[in-house]
Design a protein around this ligand. Structure first.
Ligand code: AMP
Ligand code: ZN
Length: 441
């Protein structure tokens, strides 16, 4: 019997604002889509935190025996600076700045992203689709939205009519916004824009002559709006209705709100059962940001080459540091905090090593409660993937190992095997930590 049958999970659903029992659409199978990076610059440690939250969620599903199709895309076109419709494409802007072909920018930072994921021991997703690889699918969706009366063409661009959509659906249900308030708080377009309403968003943008990233379409030579790619790629690989959609908290609005609207306008169906949002990583109490210099690159952790660090740390220590906070909590990175995490990490690794070597006597009886401890570990993860509580239980296990070593408690051969297998499963398979000493040998 697969483990998931005896380990029911609760997930906090951003759409309902409640922790809900998790039931996949098809028993034993999970479809999960997570918004990937926009590859116009190196990912920073904050981005890594969000992807790590979903890596651990993916790992736990696999551990429970689910068959998971995990899609994480690469955004290589369409993400406009400041998320406004009339700005410049982030990748095209960088390409101009560096006098490179946009696809050279995409390649450079996709390679960097993959290097980081490898160093931080991420499992690869099942599919990693790109926005530019799905232009045809995106055009098809735009056509459907126009046919359904929610999209309109204006000067070669196509926009999503948010007001029209809201007559029959609820635009704002994910982010808790109300269209009347949004419209009241923004000026009307004064005929200055191609849009009917200020809140309308681009599905397709006509490319200006100097715009280098462009594709032919029924409306103009242009490029897709940012939100469209995720609707196209999630439904292509997971169907019109799937289990989980995730991303960072800052993507809730407008990105995910617009995704829901597009899906509903296209298929008439609510696309996702569970919306999950990971919280932000700050640095010394301030937002991590490229432009202000208040950021740490993932590679600076193990090189130590950052003014915010007094020394280098292994990627596993950084992983451990980040998983000490729940994915929905804000987490502040400081040098002191990662120094403290490093001590904890090595204590944990030492206990795992002692367990592996079984450096204590085997008895006919077990005096520690391994069964309750084991279920406590599962309960922590079953409760909306509560890694800090899981880690607290792993430190309970460190205490067990120490008292066993001192012969203050006893354990049978069978229980020792169960204890050790469970410990390894949570430390290595689920949390994705790596024992550096073992890796070095
Ligand atoms: P982007 O490449 O900007 O689309 O971001 C990639 C992912 O990282 C998105 O899911 C963002 O929500 C997330 N993200 C951006 N900044 C942070 C941060 N400081 N902490 C955690 N996640 C972040
Ligand atoms: Zn997305």
């Amino acid at each position: 019997m697969p483990l998931y049958k005896s380990q029911p999970i609760k997930i906090y659903n951003s759409l309902s604002g409640d922790k809900e029992n998790f039931t996949p659409i098809n028993e034993g199978n999970i479809g999960m889509y997570v918004c990937g990076p926009t590859v116009y610059s190196n990912v920073h440690l904050g981005n890594v935190r969000t992807f790590m939250s979903f890596d651990v969620i993916y790992r736990y599903f696999l551990h429970l025996g689910y068959k998971v199709r995990y899609i994480r895309n690469i955004t290589d076109v369409g993400h406009i600076v400041d998320d406004v419709d009339d700005g410049e494409d982030k990748i095209a802007k960088k390409a101009k700045l560096e006098q490179l072909e946009p696809m050279e920018i995409v390649q450079r930072y996709t390679v960097d992203f993959h290097d980081v994921l490898k160093a931080y021991n991420f499992l690869p997703p099942s599919i990693e689709p790109t926005a530019t690889g799905h232009i045809i699918e995106q055009i098809e969706i735009v056509k459907k939205i126009i046919d359904n009366g929610i999209g309109y063409e204006s000067n070669g661009s196509v926009y999503f009519d948010v007001v029209k959509f809201n007559e029959t659906n609820h635009y704002g249900k994910l982010s808790g916004r109300n269209i009347e308030d949004m419209l009241a708080n923004t000026r009307d377009t004064d005929g200055q824009s191609d849009k009917r309403n200020h809140q309308d968003f681009a599905l397709w943008k006509k490319a200006e002559p100097e715009h280098i990233m462009r594709w032919p379409s029924p409306w103009s030579d242009g490029f897709p709006g940012w939100h469209l790619e995720c609707t196209a790629m999630s439904t292509k690989y997971l169907g019109n209705h799937f289990d989980i959609h995730g991303g960072g908290m800052d993507l809730k609005f407008p990105h995910h709100e617009c995704e829901i609207a597009q899906n509903e306008a296209c298929t008439g169906q609510e696309p996702v059962n569970y919306w999950m949002h990971a919280n932000m990583l700050t640095l010394n109490g301030k937002k991590m940001s490229k432009s202000t210099g208040n950021n740490i690159l993932p590679s600076e952790i193990y090189s130590g080459g950052s003014p915010f660090l007094t020394k280098a740390f292994s990627a596993s220590v950084a992983r451990f540091f980040m998983l000490q906070a729940h994915y929905r909590s804000n987490l502040d990175f400081t040098n002191d905090a990662i120094l403290a995490a490093e001590k904890g990490f090595y204590r944990l690794m030492e206990a795992v090593e002692s367990l592996k070597n079984a450096s204590f006597a085997i008895s006919n009886t077990t005096s520690i409660d391994i069964k309750t401890w084991k279920q406590n570990c599962y309960d922590a993860m079953n409760d909306d993937f509560n890694t800090p509580i899981l880690i607290a239980h792993l430190f309970e296990a460190v205490r067990f190992v120490n008292v066993l070593k001192e012969n203050k408690e006893t354990i049978t051969k069978e229980d020792l095997l169960d204890f050790s297998t469970t410990m390894n499963a949570f430390v290595f398979d689920v949390l994705g930590l790596e024992d550096e000493k073992a890796a070095a040998n």
